[in-house]
Write a protein that binds this ligand. Structure first.
Ligand SMILES: Cc1cc2nc3c(=O)[nH]c(=O)nc-3n(C[C@H](O)[C@H](O)[C@H](O)COP(=O)(O)OP(=O)(O)OC[C@H]3O[C@@H](n4cnc5c(N)ncnc54)[C@H](O)[C@@H]3O)c2cc1C
Length: 313
């Protein structure tokens, strides 16, 4: 395992007055992912505001040290060798503000570190509709935009008007819907850019109706997904016109297990960690499922979760 950044390097490139926030060295990523899998990140930083983020990114860029953003780690498989360079979390940037509130519409400014479910509740409590289908999806607002999270016909694409990003060289840019290019579980954010915040537009509606729709979706989600197990949600994207879970189930994969990684018996597109799964077990199981679906249906499943990090522990 090659450690390319450590406490010594951090102190050398970032002066104490140019960064405020928590910094961790060799932090095990399994503590920060919903799968509870993943080796150590060389450095894990939690900038408290944009200027600290900018100062660190510019300094890292000068040294050619890679960095990657994480939100709630709920769509992430970190390999056993951990993450080379610096992991950046905007956990401490979590403002929600109503910037416009008319008879029919409300515009919100939302920072990336806002937990998605806090945003969903905020919208419901204020009578703002458009996010109720996202009820129960874990993670952050930033992660939800980066992967265009969605369910039940609702998605971030339908509400995001623009997002402010910090590019890899520290420049800020406001991206409109066309530049963001939100599609099914995909955004067109340039590599190395970090979403800082977004403007979203919601419709005004009766609070009780919004709550009722949300409760209905949550009930359905609880019935169909293994929410008490360790997972990263659906591992594979739904192929055009069909469901990944259905193909995996019908290919006979439910219950398949490698080490502590198992195909859920509740929802076949959820691969779960039964306790102590390694990333390598998990990836072998993903490969086995993909091969079985290909052999049975001739369909190549595309991975939805983000697999990151060094190969070897
Ligand atoms: C039980 C369960 C149910 C789920 N149900 C659904 C569902 O119904 N629909 C759905 O779409 N998803 C679902 N998911 C998957 C997951 O919760 C979503 O994809 C979520 O939006 C990921 O957000 P996150 O903050 O955890 O992102 P992370 O997992 O932390 O990151 C995911 C990717 O986004 C990037 N990223 C994160 N933050 C930023 C940022 N600020 N700027 C740029 N890039 C960033 C990361 O680098 C990474 O590539 C589910 C997951 C679980 C565990």
């Amino acid at each position: 395992m090659s450690i390319i950044a450590d406490e010594h390097l951090w102190q050398e490139i970032i002066s104490p007055d140019s960064f405020s926030g928590e910094v961790m060295f060799g932090e095990i990523m399994k503590r920060h992912t919903s799968l509870k899998i993943g080796g150590p990140a060389d450095i894990f930083v939690f900038p408290q505001e944009v200027i600290s983020l900018k100062n660190s990114i510019v300094a890292l860029k000068k040294k050619n040290i890679p960095f990657m953003p994480v939100g709630g780690g709920t769509n992430l498989l970190v390999r056993d060798g951990g993450i080379e360079g610096v992991v950046v979390s905007l956990r401490d940037c979590r403002r929600i503000e109503v910037v416009d509130d008319t008879k029919d519409l409300a515009s919100l400014f939302v920072e990336s570190g806002v937990p998605l479910q806090k945003l969903v509740s905020f919208a419901r409590e204020n009578g703002f509709s458009g996010l109720e289908g996202l009820v129960g999806i874990p993670g952050s607002a930033g992660g939800a935009i980066a992967g265009n999270a969605g369910a039940y016909g609702y998605s971030m694409k339908n509400v995001v008007i623009s997002a402010t990003v910090m590019h890899a060289d520290g420049r800020l840019a406001k991206l409109g819907t066309e530049e963001l290019g939100l599609e099914y579980r995909k955004a067109n954010i340039p590599a190395g850019s970090i979403i800082l915040s977004a403007n979203i537009r919601l419709r005004k509606d009766i609070k009780e109706d919004i709550a009722k729709r949300g409760e209905g979706f949550l009930k359905e989600k609880r019935g169909r997904q293994p929410l008490s197990e360790l997972s990263a949600g659906c591992v594979f994207k739904n192929p055009e016109g069909t469901s990944g879970g259905k193909l995996i189930d019908e290919a006979g994969c439910k219950g398949m297990r490698i080490g502590d990684a198992e195909v859920s018996a509740v929802h076949a597109n959820f691969l779960i960690n039964k306790g102590n799964a390694s990333a390598s077990d998990f990836i072998k199981l993903m490969d086995a499922v993909r091969a079985k679906v290909l052999a049975t249906f001739g369909v190549e499943l595309e991975t939805e979760i983000k697999v990151v990090g060094r190969e070897n522990a």
